[in-house]
Design a protein around this ligand. Structure first.
Ligand code: R5P
Length: 322
């Protein structure tokens, strides 16, 4: 007879910059946020102390990637280490926005594959499982030799767009790499797909649209992206779509990285609305710049449902396909 592994009570902890999301996940689950003390010593070393008993518990540690990225990552690793040494039975690292997600291949000479390094670090620190949302490339799942649950915010974003009641929507991928994600989104909307050809110049934020397949004339174009970083791709794509006759342009992106000039670029563009989730916190300064054009949907219910099902041993496959 197969031995049944006992998994103890559920606990959810969050790193400092992910508490806004951790609290919502805990509220959804009806559990109190796990207590832990995190601060920096005068010498810049991070101190983490778990403030409650976690012995034999099923622990979820939530930390998203946001500036300062390296500090957030280190905090996650130390928190996992502290939980492991406190005898947690099982630790699941919940990474709503995966750190270094775009550094997933050796596409230039002598560069690191940092997304793989992150996987090794999370595993080595003591995580038994990983949960994340909308990876830049699904193949990053293979960087882990422990179970990884890859959730998607696609249905959340698509269903909001459906409620807008657009007359002739067309879903737009800004490059071939995002075409599959955009196609799934288009199917949910019952809309056609257009695909752009994008060129990026070295490691700069400059991106240019050099071609497009598909008809956008007189249609409401919905750009589907995994993330908005500097807003370079988005502002360029919006201009091209309007120049080619799109009636209006919307954008959906799971991760609102909104680095550097992104908020201003979007505000100065002809974008009708940008729809994002709360996998990355958005500062008030950026919210002020974007005003009503920004719509933020929460992934907390999605994460909470995945946590609940993992804890109770139920299937979560319906949360990563649509
Ligand atoms: C890249 O391939 C991604 O899918 C996004 O297009 C990219 O991250 C957007 O970056 P930025 O906003 O800096 O143009």
């Amino acid at each position: 007879m197969q031995e049944v592994k006992w998994v103890g009570p559920l606990k959810v902890f969050s790193g400092r910059r992910s508490r806004y999301l951790g609290q919502s996940v805990c509220a959804d689950l009806g559990v109190a946020p796990g207590e832990c003390d995190i601060f920096k010593f005068a010498n810049d070393n991070t101190f983490v102390q778990v403030g409650e008993n976690v012995r034999s518990c099923d622990v979820f540690v939530l930390q998203t990637s946001c500036p300062p990225v390296d500090e957030s990552l280190m905090e996650l690793l130390i928190l996992i280490d502290a939980l492991r040494r406190a005898s947690a039975e099982r630790i699941t690292a919940v990474l709503p926005y995966y750190p270094y997600v775009r550094s997933d291949k050796k596409d230039q000479p002598r560069v690191a594959i940092t997304a793989r390094l992150v996987a090794d670090l999370v595993h080595t620190a003591g995580a038994d499982r990983v949960m994340t949302v909308d990876l830049h490339a699904a193949q990053i799942q293979g960087f882990f030799s422990i179970p990884l649950d890859h959730l998607t915010a696609g249905p959340l974003l698509a269903d909001y767009v459906l409620r807008l009641g657009l007359e002739r929507p067309v879903v737009v991928a800004t490059d071939a790499g995002t075409a599959k994600r955009a196609l799934t989104f288009a199917r949910r909307l019952g809309a056609p797909l257009a695909v752009m050809e994008k060129e990026r110049f070295g490691n700069t934020e400059r991106a240019a649209v050099v071609g497009m397949i598909g008809d956008v004339v007189g249609r409401e174009a919905i750009i589907v992206e995994d993330e908005v970083s500097t807003g370079g791709t988005l502002s360029e794509a919006v201009q091209v779509l309007r120049d080619r006759g799109a009636a209006a342009v919307y954008a959906c992106a799971t991760h609102p990285v909104l680095a550097g000039p992104a908020a201003t670029r979007i505000a100065e563009s002809l974008l009708a609305q940008v729809l994002v989730t709360d996998t990355v916190p958005i500062g008030q300064d950026k919210r002020d710049i974007l005003g009503d054009r920004l719509k933020v949907l929460s992934v907390a219910p999605l994460l909470a449902e995945a946590v609940r099902r993992i804890h109770s041993g139920e299937s979560i496959s319906s949360l990563y396909s649509y």
